[in-house]
Design a protein around this ligand. Sequence first.
Ligand SMILES: Cc1ncc(COP(=O)(O)O)c(C=O)c1O
Length: 510
Amino acid sequence: MFEALPAQGVPGDQILAELRELRAADLPTHGGRLFAYVYDPALDGLDELARAAYAISAHVNGLDPTAFPSLLAMENAVVGAAAGLLGGDDGTVGSVTSGGTESLILAVKAARDSRPELLTPRLAIPATAHAAFAKAAHYLRVALDVVPVGTDLRADPAAMAAAIGPDTVLVAASAPSYAHGVVDPIAEIAAAAAERGVRFHVDACFGGWVLPYLRRLGADLPAFDFSVPGVTSISVDLHKYAYAPKGVSVLLHRDEALRLPQYFAYAGWPGYTMINPIISSTRSGGPIAAALATLRHIGDAGYLDLAARTREAVSVLADAVRETDGVRLFAPPETSVVCLASEGVDLFVLADELAARGWHTQPQMSYAEMPATIHLTVTAAVASTAADFGPDLAAAVAAARAAGPAGIPAPLLEAAAVLTPEMVTPELIAGLAEGLGLGSGDFTRMAAVNSLLDVAPPALREALLTGFLSMLQRPPTRPVPVPAPAPSGAFFGHPLHRRGSAGSPPPVAE
Ligand SMILES: Cc1ncc(COP(=O)(O)O)c(C=O)c1O
């Protein structure tokens, strides 16, 4: 029984025990075997420190920094650190946001509102740019120009330049891209944007806190920050490679004039005048305090060491892929991502087999000419597990080969072949979920589901997953057993393997 509002209050110890029990059903956030969602430096004591810092500022409200100067001081310090790391100077300003998506939405908003005369402002991105740009364009009613990338998976500077028109308010590229971990040719695109007087945003949400250190360690990576003329804004998530708890990203602008249209101000009501640099108004100081504590505790030398460990882990994993028949590297492992494709084995069955051996990877569906791939976000914690990956990958490939392609029930295939997004109803979703064996809440073997989603055209996939998520996100009509069935998986871009996967290490208590 897990009631959010019991008739009578429940003792604290009991509640914490219940929460721990719920958490036991989650993928392991520590231990170096989960290659998405979480960023683990494997540093003793860091979680405890961040938690304590969070608690100190949890009830501070970012709505008014004059009321809570502690938050203003922390934000300015964090923005200053990000600017220092990313080639900023005395003119660089920024904001702390809740995450990468919010930073990107605000970069697009600032660019859009700097050109209020345009009827249809436009945003130009390479096809590999993060989906959050599409979300920003959708929310802000900015037209999206998606430019195909080259065979090297990088933005094509000439094609990007050609996509810049008179209504383009912002050009963006990635350093690096999430899906493949490759760095776009930032200098060339920046030059093309600057020549046309257009803002250029570098999305370093994913890698902005590790790339500078990889470069210092000698990695052959181009400059991607404010040292590049024409870069007008950069986003970097502290809840990724700065290893801070979730809820903190930084959006930097080269100067204050560029940032100004990011603000929203409203005095036309009888209450307080609202001045917000970011999307939320009231917000907790907890995440910022935790991020500041994390940065100060790890320090510059600590991040260099973590980047060295990450680099070593990437190299071990990439070698394992190179040495295993049946898989190949799909992208050069030049940053902190290993992305692999399969040859002669079903990729989604392989992902299941890896999960069965305790390696939680992220299947990525096929896109345009690109095949489905498996994505590994590699963090410092993987340095201690990477050596075990190769033998398990070989065993997983052998098992996937023996198993053959995931069987999709024939009636489902027939139904899917005639489906259009408009036909997707809650009833159809419930039927599909049942037919695919998801009704029981057992998400350990997802190859069939993933295969079906992979062949669905993007609009249908979006409709199916929206319907599925909506089905899951309903208040319980009766007491929910603990642990509750939870969404997972390639449904949302995740591995769909969890509870009870043979070989999974027990979740590490946090
Ligand atoms: C390159 C890039 N940009 C933006 C985002 C969005 O970040 P968030 O999930 O924090 O909103 C991500 C997340 O993985 C990313 O990798």
